[in-house]
Design a protein around this ligand. Structure first.
Ligand SMILES: [Fe+2]
Ligand SMILES: [Fe+2]
Length: 319
């Protein structure tokens, strides 16, 4: 596998450039980066105990779009109890606070994906203790967006090719930032940040590898599901729940994600909460994607601003 090369710089919240554009992410570079973090970067604190994170997650779980998924009160308490054990360096949580103030879509998305990941891991794993790295990785998957200009994150118009590349940079930026803050590029959270846009058929980015890790797939499905059903700056309406599940079913049919995680999502959407084994996933497609979704509409860099745009790609989702 060739080394990855950064197309854009990676910087911390204080605008300190950790790695400049053109850096080759070799093993040696990552080792040096992991060793270079100062002592103050080390201090791990409770994820839920930071600022208003606990309250914010609990309120997002109760929102209409998620009430059917997170249903029962006891179970919610159980999920929050597990998340209570997540500890992460303060510098990482400071980045979440930055999103809360500057890009509330990303902030909410990161928090709810972390709760969803926790729910899915506990539902799909016999040994939650062994799966704890996966639970801890949820809150960090999009951390690299701190290295992407805010006007691109908040864009309500089609992106140009170079802007789109900058947005995709969040995967490698997150990987490098977490290698630095967690002092080890091999931690599961780093791999999640790098690979959560890869797909089982090799159609994702940044490497276009075939995604095979089952636990990583959990984060991928939670990430896509939330991107579909929640509001986003680049479309007026979100996908309704039925259409969102059909989109994920289509992705499983195309080999982009595995069926097991989709089946779990479908079982959470049924009132009777059937077990995974009893849960049949319908292949029927009756949902209607929202009109005017600008995701997937990419302008060439020399196209004029006011180029007319179509309804946008159905199966590409800006996450
Ligand atoms: Fe992402
Ligand atoms: Fe995401």
């Amino acid at each position: 596998m060739p080394d990855l090369v950064l197309q854009f710089p990676v910087h911390t919240l204080s605008q300190e450039v950790l790695l400049s554009e053109g850096t080759v992410l070799s093993e040696d570079c990552l080792r040096k980066l992991a060793r270079s973090a100062g002592r103050k970067e080390d201090r791990e604190i409770s994820f839920l105990g930071y600022g208003s994170i606990r309250r914010d997650i609990a309120s997002y779980m109760r929102q209409d779009v998620y009430r059917h998924i997170f249903g029962e009160r006891d179970e919610n308490r159980n999920i929050l109890g597990l998340m209570e054990q997540i500890r992460t360096p303060r510098a990482v949580l400071d980045i979440l606070r930055y999103f809360r103030g500057n890009d509330p879509y990303t902030y909410r998305h990161i928090l709810i994906v972390s709760a969803l990941t926790c729910l899915f891991v506990t539902g799909l794993s016999d040994d939650v203790r062994r799966s704890f790295p996966e639970i801890s990785a949820g809150p960090l998957h999009d951390l690299g967006k701190v290295s992407v200009p805010l006007d691109l994150l908040r864009a309500g118009k089609p992106l140009r090719r170079s802007e789109r590349a900058y947005l995709e940079h969040h995967t490698l930026a997150g990987f490098a930032l977490l290698a630095y803050f967690l002092r080890d590029a091999k931690k599961f959270s780093c791999l999640v940040a790098r690979d959560h846009h890869e797909r089982g058929d090799g159609s994702g980015y940044p490497r276009g590898i075939r995604l095979e890790d089952r636990m990583l797939e959990i984060v991928v499905v939670c990430d896509v599901y939330d991107a579909l059903i929640s509001s986003r700056p680049y479309r007026k309406r979100s996908f309704d729940n039925r259409t969102a599940i059909e989109e994920l079913t289509t992705m499983a049919e195309q080999g982009k994600i595995g069926w097991e995680v989709v089946r779990f999502l479908v079982s959470r959407n049924r009132k009777a909460r059937p077990s995974m084994e009893e849960c049949e996933v319908s292949r029927e497609k009756r949902g209607i994607p929202p009109e005017g979704n600008l995701y997937g509409v990419v302008l060439d860099d020399d196209d004029p601003e006011d180029i007319p745009t179509g309804p946008g790609g159905r199966d590409e989702i800006r996450l």
